[in-house]
Design a binder for this molecule. Structure first.
Ligand code: ARG
Length: 281
């Protein structure tokens, strides 16, 4: 009899242990869900307004979109994309925080919620894990070479077998790797690095957005853009990236883009950025 009671008691204990364990799991799950909710809220428009701040991710090596310059003796990030970000912050009535990062880390920063928006001359390429706004600047790619153009690059076929500098993680890296036969693709983390490799003849040419190639050519006497040679970037231009699924913020940003376009601000900011960047890069 004693044995039986003991067994029953042991059974009850085991049963309650199992129950507690299950209960524990479900409450954990609940906490996780709550955390997830908080995380997705952080990315929403309301939370940007609540925290009174929008965090911009950019890669300030791409004039005239974004680049470093000295203003009143202080290293400052300037350019078209920065003006767009300031305008967005003003429209939302929040402060702007800029995080200058390597280009290939930007989309990761959006996914983890570290960044609210990415404005970095970014192509809304298929397969990129993000929401994209409408295109705010139409652009294709061009080829930057040394002025004496020792490799004689004039047509797309002349790129076959050449060493070509591109930025890591960019559309141009992808395009050059997949479409130019026997190219020796040299992927570097920043565009000034690419320019330096070109100036020291470590590469034959570099591929980047036309307006950026022109900007580097203006700032460097020994460089030029190959005329009448453009490479389709596939998406027709550049856009703002937002965390995937954040349709509310995407919609709001599209309204803001339409507004600043109608006010002619893109052209105005480009001229200003161009002036600053041609003063020396
Ligand atoms: N448009 C290209 C891309 O999206 C290059 C952008 C590079 N931007 C930069 N800030 N360095 O891949």
């Amino acid at each position: 009899m004693k044995k039986k009671i003991g067994l029953v008691l042991a059974g009850i204990m085991l049963f309650s242990i199992i129950l507690t364990a299950c209960g524990g799991n479900s409450s954990n799950r609940q906490i996780n869900n709550e955390e997830n909710n908080i995380e997705s809220e952080v990315q929403g428009l309301d939370s940007i307004i609540q925290k009174k701040k929008i965090v911009l991710g950019t890669s300030a090596d791409y004039p005239p979109f974004e680049f470093h310059t000295m203003i009143d003796g202080k290293d400052t990030i300037v350019g078209l994309d920065i003006e767009i970000a300031k305008y967005i912050a003003d429209e939302l009535g929040v402060e702007l925080e800029i995080k200058d990062m390597e280009f290939d880390k930007l989309l990761g920063g959006l996914a983890t919620g570290m960044l609210d928006i990415v404005i970095a001359g970014m192509t809304p390429e298929d397969g990129r894990e993000a929401n994209f706004t409408d295109i705010y600047y139409e652009a294709d790619l061009s080829v930057l070479v040394s002025k004496n153009n020792p490799s004689g690059i004039a047509t797309i076929d002349d790129l076959i077998g050449k060493s070509i500098g591109v930025q890591i993680g960019t559309t141009q890296e992808n395009i050059v790797q997949t479409t130019i036969k026997d190219a020796e693709v040299k992927s570097l983390s920043t565009n000034p690095d690419i320019v330096m490799n070109l100036k020291t003849q470590k590469i034959d040419c570099a591929v980047m957005e036309t307006i950026v190639a022109e900007s580097f050519a203006k700032a460097n006497d020994d460089l030029m853009v190959v005329e009448n040679l453009t490479i389709d970037s596939g998406a027709g231009g550049v856009a703002i990236a937002i965390q995937k699924g954040n349709d509310e913020l995407t919609k709001k940003l599209n309204e803001i883009i339409a507004k600043l376009k109608s006010e002619g601000l893109i052209d105005k900011w480009l001229i200003e950025a161009d002036k600053l960047s041609s003063e020396g890069l």
